[in-house]
Design a protein around this ligand. Structure first.
Ligand code: IVH
Length: 671
């Protein structure tokens, strides 16, 4: 073996060890930079030695190939579900049953139990042969699942090659693939940003991600995996607990929460403990799992048609509460829409006290048929935002009528108008209604808009009430001296705000457009309009026909833009912003060079991109001699495929044999 090929082996082992330390133990052993250097060295050596190719090399975690759909695989042994219980009493009954069936007369304490967390993700079965991952299959219908090996390989906490150990020559290990809360929130933020539908919970997000056809997308999502079950012809130990400890020593992530429980008291206090502590975990759990520890006893207890008798799930109590409606308040937002809000008798739900919940609009209040003083069911959607899901009509007070809707603005008293074709009521007093003005100020300074450092929601109210900021243009006249006179504001905060305002003059035009609060002109529309129209002056002069010709702009948005510019008040604000130095036109994106690299190629762009906008890609195609087409046909040379490409397009590309090229590949094509 040459020195170089030997080095490849060393680097692979070393990187596998660092991966394990970082992703399984949460205790990194090298700096990111050192890790990157080792990875680069390995990539270079592998490129020079194709004969050393190994699909399980740490360099292959990025998942750059598109899978061509999934093959169905029959599980060697079916993947069963678990019997559910919902109370401590039911768990105790299960314990007694196990003892009785095993013929233990010595009382409940005699069957050792393992307590585990029930991870709320999507189950997976991995097969290893000679210490190497050979296949990853989803649960599917329990009998057959999908082969998702390429996607699973991108999950960094899953070992691809096991370090030397006492693992069986061939074994199956089952566990749960989860999307940690942090990654889930990040993913949904990104989807909200792109105006894509949000995932309801981390379970759906994990399952959806695992079935994505592009492993590169999977790699970027931050999935993790916990393991809880091994199957092998010859098991390392005669009990579940020790087997799982072995699995941990081979490199698998086995939860630290797993615990041996010797008595009914132990089981009950395990439940008590995790009922509270589960909220501090980085991943979603929906209960606990109890398993008889001895494999011999497991064999004796056996299975029902659906689930093992030797294990049971305890589900955490439903996160729902019943509480009294005190009154409905009506709140006016930035755009003048009036939202009904249920003000409740405080109630504890998933560890927080809930006092208020949005009722969204009149139609929802009517469809729930909420009456004054009703007892309402509150649930936590996605564990965060409380939601009213129903009424306990049996508890309704005699004579209480349906909740009345206000007819006038609760803040400025103006008569409300109903927006045509919508469930919303609006206060039309745009420039004189306090919450609308403050809402626009808050929107203007927000992170996705002008991102003015030092100004948050509270300061906006303070600045407005002090008469310093009445319109968004007033931010640009603020002086430190004025700010320092406000209560609780020191010279440092004052200077920070003034600096923040100054820095906002560099915010690109597309965000300025969004920051103006033109009704219906959200983040995506602003970006689209800014890139196509290029300046606010041009936008101001456009006719309705010209406006609706812009991608993503329909009649409603066009009318709203025209109405916005027809107001003298708004035109004045814009002039002042311009004088202050706020960007009113697009800075041309740096152009990639022109060439004829794509001459004769017809390219379809599909999906969502991370590095450039679609318009930029369109421009690049044209600048490099290619032709951009809207739909896939036999003539398509390739599809420039982003994330979340639609399934029908994907199918069409596959059936016509049109290759898919991702962003990175495309950019490197252009050099
Ligand atoms: S044991 C034969 N342990 O819950 C035993 N399952 O409702 C099979 N799950 O399909 C499962 N955490 O996806 C087991 N610690 C844990 C678990 C767990 C989550 C999931 C698993 C299973 C489902 C059954």
């Amino acid at each position: 073996m040459s020195q170089e090929t030997e080095r490849i082996g060393q680097l692979r082992d070393e990187l596998n060890r660092h991966n394990h330390a970082y992703y399984v133990n949460n205790a990194p052993t090298v700096s990111d930079r050192e890790y990157d250097l080792l990875m680069k060295e390995l990539e270079a050596l592998e490129a020079a030695h194709p004969e050393m190719d190994d699909p399980l090399s740490p360099t292959r975690r990025v998942g750059s190939d598109l899978t061509k759909g999934f093959t169905q695989v029959t599980h060697r042994r079916p993947m069963l579900s678990l019997g559910n219980t919902y109370s401590v009493g039911e768990v105790d009954e299960w314990l007694t049953r196990c003892n009785d069936m095993l013929g233990n007369s010595g009382g409940i304490a005699s069957v050792p139990i393992v307590g585990e967390l029930k991870f709320d993700g999507t189950s997976i079965s991995l097969t290893y042969r000679n210490g190497r991952l050979v296949r990853a299959v989803t649960r599917g219908d329990g009998e057959k699942g999908d082969d998702v090996t390429e996607n699973v390989k991108t999950i960094r906490s899953i070992p691809l090659v096991l370090a030397t150990g006492d693992w069986p020559e061939e074994f199956e290990i089952r566990g749960e693939i989860v999307l940690p809360w942090k990654a889930f929130d990040r993913l949904n933020e990104e989807r909200a940003f792109n105006e894509e539908p949000l995932f309801a919970n981390p379970r759906n997000a994990a399952a959806g991600t695992l079935k994505t056809l592009n492993p590169a997308v999977v790699a970027g999502r931050g999935l993790d995996a916990y393991f809880y079950y091994i199957l092998a012809n010859s098991m390392p130990a005669d009990n579940h607990y020790d087997n799982m400890l072995r699995a941990r020593s081979w490199g698998f992530k086995v939860s630290e929460a797993m615990m041996l429980l010797d008595s009914e008291e132990d089981v009950n206090s395990f439940i008590d403990r995790w009922d509270k502590e589960r909220r501090t975990l980085p991943v979603a759990t929906d209960g606990l799992v109890f398993k008889v520890n001895s494999l011999h006893s497991q064999l004796n207890l056996g299975y029902t048609s659906k689930s093992p008798r030797w294990a049971i799930a305890y589900k955490f109590p439903a996160e729902r509460a019943l509480t009294k409606l005190r009154f409905v308040s009506f709140e006016v937002g930035r755009t003048g829409v009036v939202t009904p809000v249920a003000n409740l008798e405080p109630v504890l739900l998933s560890g927080t006290i809930v006092k208020r919940a949005s009722l969204h609009n009149e139609d929802i209040v009517r469809s729930l048929d909420i009456h004054d003083n009703d007892m309402l069911y509150v649930e936590k959607g996605g564990e965060i935002i409380p939601k009213i899901t129903g009424v306990d009509t049996d508890a309704r007070e005699a004579g209480s009528g349906p909740v009345k809707f206000v007819t006038h603005c609760p803040d400025c008293g103006t008569e409300l108008v109903r927006v045509a074709g919508e469930a919303a009521w609006m206060c039309p007093n745009k420039y004189g209604c306090r919450p609308q003005i403050i809402g626009r100020l808050e929107h203007f300074v927000g992170r996705h808009m002008m991102d003015i450092d030092g100004v948050g929601e509270e300061n906006c109210v303070q600045l407005f009430d002090a008469g310093l900021v009445r319109t968004i243009a007033d931010f640009y006249n603020l002086r430190p001296g004025q700010l320092e006179r406000l209560s609780g504001m020191g010279p440092r905060t004052a200077q920070r705000i003034v600096d923040g305002v100054e820095a906002s003059k560099n915010v690109p035009f597309e965000r300025v457009l969004f920051a103006l609060s033109i009704p219906y002109v959200g983040e995506t529309v602003s970006r689209r309009v800014a890139r196509q129209v290029k300046s606010l002056d041009r936008l101001r002069e456009m006719s309705r026909e010209q406006l609706v010709a812009i991608d993503d702009v329909g009649p409603r948005i066009a009318d709203s833009i025209i109405e916005y510019f027809s107001s003298e008040h708004n035109c004045e604000i814009i002039d002042r912003l311009r004088q202050a130095g706020v960007r009113m036109e697009i800075e041309e994106a740096p152009q990639t060079g022109t060439s004829d690299i794509l001459a004769g190629k017809t390219i379809v762009i599909s999906g969502v991109f991370a590095l450039h906008s679609r318009e930029e890609y369109k421009a690049m195609i044209e600048l490099n001699g290619g032709k951009n087409a809207g739909s896939i046909s036999k003539k398509t040379s390739f599809v420039l495929a982003g994330e979340n490409m639609g399934p029908s397009k994907l199918e069409k590309a596959r059936s016509l044999g049109v290759p898919l090229v991702n962003e990175d590949e495309f950019l490197s094509m252009l050099g």
